[in-house]
Design a protein around this ligand. Structure first.
Ligand SMILES: [Ca+2]
Ligand SMILES: [Ca+2]
Ligand SMILES: [Ca+2]
Length: 255
């Protein structure tokens, strides 16, 4: 074998090696070109995920959309009553004072704080059992709102009663305030020997409130006065007897 032959073999081998190297590189390049879009896609997904997380975080920080609060007198009054009960529940006298026209006398004196607390507990106990939908009577004007359920008759072997739940509110300079609430406002009568008809007549007469001013007509006419009690008669057919804007039943609670 001469030198020229050896050179041509070496040269041939180099050419083959270069072709193999080129082919190998091309193969790798073609893989890379496939991987790149995958990586890009992954990056895009990640970016989208980050954006989604961000927008979710922003969404969670925004106030939750709620339906606008109704301004109907019943809804406004009921919301205030619920606020009052919430304060009663936790024994927050300051809170109670912020929503009522005046507090009970036991809550004005720090010496009777225990009685005040018991009163708040009782108010919550009875108040929380009341249902908004039962307050089908809503009497309202610019100075006051009364929410009342229909009357219920309750009786046992000896007595018969007619009562309803009623909540009084007044509007003063600071807005609506709760004036008073009674879960069982009505009257009770001993059955004695009276007939059923007589008993019904009696309890209806004791409790009926024709002019819807929050006080029974019987009381307006001072027919329920006990000995030594002072009673100022009001008109059972007129809500505001003295014409000062406050209804007769509201006025007895304000003073
Ligand atoms: Ca009345
Ligand atoms: Ca009246
Ligand atoms: Ca009046």
């Amino acid at each position: 074998m001469n030198f020229k032959k050896i050179l041509s073999i070496i040269f041939g081998l180099i050419i083959i090696w270069l072709l193999i190297a080129f082919a190998f590189k091309y193969k790798n390049n073609s893989h890379t070109s496939t991987i790149v879009p995958i990586i890009k896609t992954n990056k895009t997904n990640k970016k989208e995920a980050i954006t989604d997380n961000k927008s979710n975080r922003i969404k969670s920080q925004l106030p939750k959309q709620t339906l606008p609060l109704s301004n109907s007198p019943k809804d406004v009054a009921w919301r205030l009553f619920q606020k009052y009960l919430a304060y009663d529940k936790i024994g927050d006298l300051k809170g109670v004072k912020s929503v009522v026209y005046k507090v009970a006398s036991v809550c004005e004196n720090p010496k009777t704080a225990i009685d005040c607390k018991a009163r708040m507990n009782l108010a919550y106990l009875y108040g929380s059992k009341l249902k908004k939908e039962d307050f089908v009577n809503v009497w309202n004007d610019k100075k006051q709102i009364i929410l009342a359920t229909n009357f219920k008759i309750q009786e046992d072997a000896n007595v018969i009663g007619r009562n309803r739940a009623i909540i009084f509110f007044i509007r003063d300079k600071k807005g609506l305030k709760m004036l008073s609430f009674s879960p069982f406002k009505g009257a009770v009568s001993d059955k004695g020997t009276a007939s059923k008809k007589e008993l019904n007549y009696r309890i209806i007469n004791y409790t009926e409130d024709k002019d819807k001013d929050g006080i029974a007509d019987y009381k307006e006419e001072c027919l329920a006065v006990k000995t030594g009690e002072i009673c100022v008669k009001t008109n059972p057919n007129l809500r505001d007897t003295n014409g000062d804007g406050w209804w007769d039943g509201i006025e007895t609670l304000i003073n």
